[in-house]
Design a protein around this ligand. Sequence first.
Ligand SMILES: CC(C)(COP(=O)(O)OP(=O)(O)OC[C@H]1O[C@@H](n2cnc3c(N)ncnc32)[C@H](O)[C@@H]1OP(=O)(O)O)[C@@H](O)C(=O)NCCC(=O)NCCS
Length: 141
Amino acid sequence: MEIRYRTRFAVDDTALSRLHARAFDYAETPFAWGRVLGQPATVTFVGAFLGADLVGFAQARRTDPGQAGLLDVAVDPDRQRRGIGLALVRHVIRDVEAAGLSRLLVEFEPPLSEFYFGRCGFSRRDATTGVRWLSRPQPPV
Ligand SMILES: CC(C)(COP(=O)(O)OP(=O)(O)OC[C@H]1O[C@@H](n2cnc3c(N)ncnc32)[C@H](O)[C@@H]1OP(=O)(O)O)[C@@H](O)C(=O)NCCC(=O)NCCS
């Protein structure tokens, strides 16, 4: 079955809490994702769906003028290493760029340097921080 990517989907707090806990390996804790994602600081959020099942997620939140942070990039452990994480980050980058922001920052653990620097196109700020510079969308001529 094909993975489908949906931006600003109708959030099921239970499903997203479960996915997040499974991906980041902690005991599942209910979290009001829908409320948080509805805040003005949210630039975008994207879900990866296999049928009705949420198997991946990523969001970007505005942190400074012109800048957003990439957060909560999570793929279900049973579905990792199939390109879902990369596709989610690409969707977020597209949306952040379309929102007119000029840079997207991410912090990560050292084992993910190949994912962010090698595959997602982030430039190295230091060993565990990357920045992706974005061109502002051009107005139509
Ligand atoms: C990080 C994460 C989102 C990557 O998602 P994914 O769907 O597994 O990644 P992709 O399949 O798109 O990976 C693309 C490439 O990135 C690199 N990569 C991805 N995960 C990697 C890992 N754990 N270690 C090293 N390289 C990795 C590989 O080059 C991979 O290509 P390959 O599988 O052909 O070797 C996923 O592993 C995850 O949810 N991890 C737990 C939560 C987490 O740490 N999130 C990041 C927070 S900053």
